[in-house]
Ligand binder design. Structure first.
Ligand SMILES: Cc1cc2nc3c(=O)[nH]c(=O)nc-3n(C[C@H](O)[C@H](O)[C@H](O)COP(=O)(O)O)c2cc1C
Length: 174
């Protein structure tokens, strides 16, 4: 899809008809992996629930308000390895510390959303999830911080575009 169009038509979708195949997920993640990262440290990690059983377990680890939104979707847990991006020899390079790992993860996930849309799939980032339950389900080590769970699949709704602030409120030219 043409890039400007892709940016315009991506929406957070909260109702799904079906999930991508394994091959489709792999291709989307390959594309998402091309995102930049601090010193190319690539500390993003993804844990993918694609079997019906695992999807259901992970869906139930979402906050109650999110559980119904994730029915029929594949689910991707996104984490990052702490104390690497923005660190040298175990010491933070500046005041941002592990904020850089979260920054890189956000970039990877933004690429993921756009790669998914380009492949014909919709997505929903969910920050409201039970971190401890998610960690147990995939045996995610304590060295990783868990951020979001992302639903991905064929959308069963077409939400309206949500408004954005005027550019002057968020961008300052000098
Ligand atoms: C970090 C983050 C966490 C979010 N968590 C949730 C969530 O838990 N549940 C939900 O329904 N939407 C969640 N969203 C989706 C936002 O509400 C949505 O991106 C925003 O309203 C803009 O809509 P759009 O994505 O359709 O442009 C989250 C988005 C982000 C980036």
């Amino acid at each position: 899809m043409e890039f400007n169009k892709l940016i315009q038509v991506r929406r957070s979708v909260r109702s799904y008809a079906s999930a991508p195949s394994h091959e489709e997920l792999v291709q989307i993640l390959h594309n998402a992996q091309q995102a930049p990262s601090w010193k190319n440290s690539q500390t993003t990690r993804w844990y993918i629930a694609e079997t019906p059983e695992k999807r259901e377990e992970l869906r139930l680890a979402l906050h109650a308000a999110n559980q119904k939104k994730a029915i029929n979707a594949a689910l991707i847990v996104s984490t990052y390895e702490k104390n690497i991006a923005g660190f040298t020899g175990g010491n933070p390079d500046n005041e941002v510390g592990n904020g850089w790992g979260a920054y890189d993860l956000g970039l990877h996930d933004a690429y993921l959303l756009l790669a998914a849309k380009d492949a014909g799939f919709d997505t929903l980032i969910m920050g409201l999830r039970e971190g401890d339950k998610v960690r147990d389900l995939f045996s995610i080590p304590d060295s990783e911080e868990i951020l979001s769970v992302i639903a991905i699949g064929k959308g069963a709704e077409e939400p309206a575009m949500r408004p954005r602030k005027p550019l002057e409120e968020i961008a300052f030219f000098a």
